[in-house]
Design a binder for this molecule. Structure first.
Ligand SMILES: Cc1cc2nc3c(=O)[nH]c(=O)nc-3n(C[C@H](O)[C@H](O)[C@H](O)COP(=O)(O)OP(=O)(O)OC[C@H]3O[C@@H](n4cnc5c(N)ncnc54)[C@H](O)[C@@H]3O)c2cc1C
Length: 484
């Protein structure tokens, strides 16, 4: 009996239910990864993501070879690839993880299920995180999440039987793909994605980096070190959220005397919980990729302006912290939460750009692009959810609070080197002598959007629509905190 394990964003051996079940149920397994057309042609996909996938795939290939197997790597259309396999084998099962993705992958999955059914192949899908299909509201979600995270870690298989000759004759070479897809693009500053790196990153975070997590994650000067930096590994699945949660809880038990470290790790666990909370949102409301979660906020007074969009995207707005953040993103693929909120707020509240117009651009430069978190957070930071506090971030205030010594802005904008500190620190969003002129009037523009969003929120607070959003998507956070 032969099964195909379709590798998606789950490039790992440990705690991989789809792989585990494939090995358990089938005499032979074909681990299959396809660089699909829908992925390569998607406006969400960038060289950053392809680099992450290629690096994770190479690592997984090494690990699978160590246990006697190999990976069939292909490109093109996944159904075409499966049809090709069917010419040589009788496929009894397909194993895969549920992907909570964008519309393109959602449609692909539907097609795949239909194809499997018509070929009488059993298609088994597993959840790899605390997100559940078919939920109508959040009433039971915390309990489900807790039980998922408490389940036993699924062991890594110690051997796998694959049709080696077939795979070796038909697989594509990773170096060839690297050259073809990203022209050997290599950026030293991107996190390298692998299972080993994921565990090492978690270990150093739990041993020492995470102690100052709580007080360090808002500043771009400290968050890069004291933040867990696990987002990339979680997004590409080189570590499972359950392993992260269980190891953190284990570490918490050892830290009985260190209150600072304990507080930090509890705050971190809160983020792991938020992670699934937001992914669950997209799972329950896939239309939110295109529409505001709360229809009341569907059409704020946005105005598409190509020049402004480009200036923002390339870090040329004249607001140093915003510009430094965007340059940093283009170079490293990473930014901490507060700075991601700032650049989003700036685009939507100050430049009046539609969150839908910045969605894919940002996704492309986030190495950790995770659709459920990304789209939910974009909408939240744009203030179109209607059940959260609306925050409009002032770039000047954030600069004073998070980078008062100008370390971050000067690192990414060397042209600020010659400009005196006072000139940069004292200007209140009005432009710095010797730097690019500001692209717009911060006070005036942000007031227009603030007035609009605040008044709408106030007016429709108790409306049926807002209450429906709250009931379906609102967090029952207090219950979670009591449970912990
Ligand atoms: C507009 C916007 C877009 C974002 N897009 C993404 C994205 O595509 N992928 C992504 O992983 N994160 C996204 N985030 C959330 C957050 O900024 C990153 O998860 C975090 O900065 C990653 O750093 P870390 O791994 O050191 O996080 P830590 O602070 O160490 O947190 C641990 C993990 O919890 C999750 N997490 C942290 N903060 C949040 C949050 N606010 N909401 C949901 N989950 C969270 C992440 O998986 C993270 O790796 C976005 C935030 C904003 C404001």
């Amino acid at each position: 009996m032969l099964g195909v394990w379709i590798i998606k964003r789950d490039f790992r051996l440990l705690d991989n239910e789809a792989l585990y079940q494939a090995v358990r149920h089938c005499e032979q397994v074909i681990p299959l990864f396809v660089f699909e057309d829908i992925l390569l042609n998607s406006e969400y996909t960038s060289r950053f993501h392809l680099d992450a996938m290629l690096s994770a795939l190479r690592d997984l290939q090494d690990n699978i070879r160590k246990i006697g197997g190999d990976i069939l790597i292909k490109d093109g259309d996944i159904i075409f690839v499966l049809e090709e396999i069917l010419k040589s084998f009788n496929i009894s099962y397909i194993f895969a993880h549920e992907e909570i993705g964008v519309d393109e992958t959602f449609k692909r999955d539907k097609k795949l299920r239909k194809w499997a059914k018509s070929n009488r192949i059993v298609f088994n899908e597993y959840s790899q995180t605390g997100v559940f299909r078919g939920l109508k509201n959040r009433d039971k979600w915390q309990g489900l999440w807790e039980s998922f995270m408490a389940q036993h870690i699924v062991p890594a298989p110690d051997m796998i039987k694959v049709p080696l000759d077939y795979i070796r004759q038909n697989t594509l070479d990773i170096d060839y793909l690297k050259q073809k897809l990203i022209d050997n693009f290599d950026c030293d500053l991107l996190q390298k994605v692998s299972e080993k790196k994921a565990h090492k990153t978690l270990d150093t975070f739990l041993k020492y980096r995470g102690r100052l997590y709580q007080k360090s994650i808002s500043s771009p000067n400290t968050a890069f070190y004291h933040g867990s930096r696990l987002s990339v590994y979680l997004a590409w699945g080189t570590i499972s959220p359950r392993v992260v949660v269980q190891k953190t809880r284990q570490r918490l038990k050892e830290l009985s005397d260190d209150v600072i470290f304990q507080r930090s790790l509890n705050a971190f666990l809160g983020r792991m919980y938020w992670r699934d909370h937001f992914i669950q949102r997209l799972e329950m409301e896939p239309e939110m990729e295109f529409h505001a979660l709360n229809p009341i906020f569907e059409n704020p007074p946005y105005k598409f302006d190509k020049e402004k969009l480009e200036a923002w995207y390339h870090g040329r707005t004249g607001f140093p912290l915003v510009d430094a953040c965007m340059v940093c993103l283009h170079k490293t693929g990473f930014l901490n939460f507060r700075m991601r909120s700032l650049v989003t707020s700036f685009a939507c509240h100050v430049l009046h750009l539609d969150w839908r117009d910045i969605n894919k651009l940002l996704a492309r430069i986030f190495l950790d692009f995770e659709p459920g978190i990304h789209i939910s957070q974009l909408q939240m930071q744009a203030g179109v959810v209607g059940i959260n506090v609306i925050r409009v971030y002032s770039p000047h205030k954030q600069l004073l609070d998070q980078d008062p010594k100008l370390k971050f802005v000067r690192r990414w904008l060397p042209e600020l080197e010659e400009i005196p500190d006072e000139e940069i620190l004292n200007n209140k969003n009005t432009g710095i002598k010797g730097y690019i002129p500001v692209i717009c009037d911060y006070e005036k523009n942000s007031k227009v959007m603030k007035d609009y969003l605040y008044s709408l929120k106030k007016h429709y607070k108790d409306s049926e629509t807002t209450q429906r959003v709250l009931k379906k998507h609102g967090s029952r956070r207090n219950i979670f905190h009591r449970q912990r």
